[in-house]
Write a protein of this length. Structure first.
Length: 504
C-alpha cells in the first residue's frame, strides 16, 4: 500500500509540473468558455433531436454525483484543517476529478432538457446559471488544488478552500432552484420546523386596511393570468409576478402599464380586445376578466398605478371605492371557501399516504380545488392494483399523469371514476386504447396525451366518444392519419397534436 501511495503521489507531482499544468489549463479554459456560452444558445423547441431530449431525462440522476462529491470534498478539507485527519492527496485528487466530470456532464445533460422548451422563466435561468457556476467552481478548484500541492503555497491552499466553499453554496442554491422547478417554490422550506405558520384566512385583515393592488388586483391577476406569466412559465417573455416586469411588459416591447393612462397601457389594451382577437388576453379557453375587474384595473392605472394604498386612501372616489369594496368582499368569501377546501384536500392526501409510495398526490396548482396525481421519479412500478387503492380520492383528482408507469387498459375503468378529471397524460404506457371507452362520461376531460404509448387505430377510435376533449397528443403513437382525420372530422373543436406535449 505505501508503494502504491508513493506511485500516486509521483503521478500528481509529475502532472503538477509546468508543462502538464499549462496543457490542462488550456483545456479548462476551453471548457469554461463553452459552458459560459450555453445560455446564449437559442432554444430549438420542437426541432430538437429526440436523442437530445432522451439524454436530458437523465439530468436528475446524474446531478446527485457532484452533490455528494463536492460535499465530501468540503468535509474532508474541514477535517484536515482541524487536524483530525491527514491530507489524502490521491483520494482528494480523484474526488476532484470526478466532481469536474459529473458537474460538467450534469450541465450538458440539463441543457439538453432545457432545449425542450418545456420550462421557462427566472427560476430556470437561475438554475442554469448556478449549475454552470458549480461546474466552473469544480474546474477552478481542481487547478488550484494541484498547483497548491506543487508550490506548497498556504495562500493557494486557502484559495482552494474558499473556492470549494463557494462552489458548495452555489450547489445548494442550484439544487433549490431545481427543486422549485420540479416541485414548487417552497419545496425545501415547506416543512421547515421553524417556519412561521401562515395566517389563517378565517382571521383576515379589516376591509379598510386591504391594499388595492396587493390584496385585490393581484388576487385577480393570480386567478386569471399568473398561470402563463410566472417564474417557471413566462409566456411572451411577460412576467407578472414581479411588479417591475409587470409594469414594463414583455416581448412586444410595448409598455404594459403607463401610470395615469390606461388607454395607452398594453395590458389594458389586451384585456379589452374582442374575444375572437388573436391578441386578446387571457386567450381563448381561459377565463376572461369580468367587467368589474376590468373597471378596477382601469381605475387603478388612471390613479397612478400605485402600490401600498389601502381602501381608506381612496375614500374620496366613491365609484372606485364601491367597486373595490364589492370585489374585496367577494375575495374574502372565496378565500374562506378555499381554506376549507384546502383542509379537505390535505385530509384526502393523508388518507392515501403510506410509506414507500410510488406516486405523488398533491394539490392541483391549475384548478386550486382538486388534486394532481403523478408518478415518482425515477419511474416506479405503479400498476393497476396500486391505482385501485386510491379509489377514495378519485372524485377529487383533476390532473393525472401516468407517464412510463405499468398501467394497462384495465386502469381506464378506475380512471373513468375520476369525474372531475381535466387532463390525462399516458405517455410511454402499455395501453392500447380499448379501455378509452370508459372515459366517455368524463365531461371535464379536455387534454389527453397518448404520446409514445401502444395505442392502435382500433383503440384510438374510442376517443370519438369523449365529447369534451379539446387537445389530443399522439407523438410517436402507432396510429394512422386516416383515423386522426376521422377524429378531427367528427369533432371540429378537437386539436390533434403530433408533436411533443408540455409534459412529454
Amino acid at each position: 500500500m505505501p508503494r502504491k501511495g508513493n506511485m500516486q503521489k509521483k503521478f500528481i507531482d509529475k502532472w503538477s509540473t509546468t508543462s502538464y499544468f499549462k496543457s490542462t489549463l488550456v483545456i479548462v479554459i476551453l471548457i469554461s468558455v463553452f459552458l459560459l456560452s450555453l445560455p446564449l444558445w437559442p432554444l430549438n423547441g420542437e426541432e430538437v433531436s429526440p436523442w437530445v431530449l432522451f439524454g436530458g431525462r437523465f439530468h436528475p440522476l446524474i446531478i446527485h454525483f457532484p452533490i455528494v462529491l463536492l460535499f465530501l470534498l468540503l468535509l474532508l478539507e474541514i477535517l484536515i484543517r482541524l487536524r483530525w485527519i491527514e491530507r489524502q492527496l490521491p483520494f482528494q485528487s480523484l474526488l476532484l476529478l470526478l466532481s469536474v466530470i459529473f458537474s460538467v456532464l450534469s450541465v450538458l445533460i440539463g441543457f439538453a432538457l432545457y432545449q425542450s422548451g418545456s420550462y421557462g422563466g427566472d427560476t430556470l435561468e437561475l438554475h442554469l446559471y448556478s449549475g454552470i457556476g458549480v461546474a466552473l467552481g469544480s474546474l477552478v478548484g481542481l487547478m488550484i488544488f494541484w498547483k497548491a500541492h506543487q508550490s506548497k503555497s498556504a495562500l493557494l491552499s486557502n484559495a482552494y478552500f474558499s473556492v470549494l466553499l463557494l462552489t458548495n453554496i452555489l450547489l445548494v442554491f442550484a439544487s433549490h432552484q431545481g427543486g422549485s422547478l420540479t416541485h414548487g417554490q417552497d419545496f425545501l422550506s415547506e416543512h421547515f420546523p421553524l417556519k412561521p405558520e401562515p395566517e389563517s384566512l378565517l382571521s383576515q385583515k379589516p376591509m379598510e386596511e386591504m391594499l388595492v393592488f396587493e390584496d385585490i388586483i393581484q388576487s385577480t391577476l393570480d386567478a386569471r393570468c399568473y398561470s402563463c406569466h410566472n417564474e417557471n412559465k413566462t409566456k411572451g417573455d411577460y412576467l407578472m409576478t414581479s411588479f417591475d416586469r409587470f409594469m414594463k411588459g414583455g416581448k412586444s416591447e410595448k409598455t404594459a402599464v403607463i401610470p395615469g393612462d390606461a388607454s395607452k397601457s398594453e395590458l389594458f389594451h389586451r384585456i379589452t380586445l374582442p374575444e375572437v382577437h388573436d391578441d386578446r388576453m387571457p386567450p381563448e379557453g381561459k377565463t376572461s376578466l369580468t367587467h368589474q375587474e376590468i373597471q378596477i384595473l382601469e381605475k387603478w392605472i388612471e390613479k397612478g398605478a400605485l402600490t401600498g394604498i389601502t381602501l381608506t386612501d381612496i375614500q374620496e372616489d366613491s365609484v372606485f371605492l364601491a367597486l373595490l369594496s364589492d370585489k374585496a368582499q367577494q375575495l374574502r368569501q372565496e378565500r374562506l371557501v378555499q381554506e376549507r377546501k384546502n383542509m379537505e384536500l390535505d385530509g384526502l392526501i393523508q388518507l392515501v399516504a403510506h410509506q414507500e409510495q410510488t406516486f405523488v398526490l398533491e394539490k392541483d396548482n391549475e384548478s386550486k380545488t382538486g388534486l394532481a396525481l403523478s408518478m415518482q421519479f425515477p419511474t416506479s412500478h405503479f400498476d393497476d392494483n396500486q391505482l385501485a387503492e386510491l379509489q377514495a380520492v378519485f372524485p377529487h383528482i383533476h390532473r393525472a399523469s401516468f407517464n412510463a408507469s405499468n398501467i394497462s387498459d384495465d386502469a381506464f375503468y378506475h380512471i373513468g371514476q375520476m369525474k372531475g378529471l381535466k387532463a390525462l397524460f399516458l405517455q410511454h404506457t402499455r395501453i392500447k386504447g380499448s379501455g378509452l371507452v370508459y372515459l366517455q362520461n368524463l365531461e371535464s376531460l379536455e387534454i389527453l396525451d397518448l404520446s409514445g404509448s401502444e395505442v392502435d387505430d382500433a383503440g384510438l377510435l374510442n376517443v370519438i366518444r369523449i365529447n369534451g376533449l379539446r387537445h389530443l397528443y399522439l407523438y410517436e403513437a402507432p396510429v394512422s392519419m386516416t383515423v386522426v382525420d376521422a377524429l378531427m372530422k367528427n369533432n371540429p373543436e378537437l386539436e390533434v397534436h403530433l408533436e411533443r406535449g408540455a409534459l412529454f
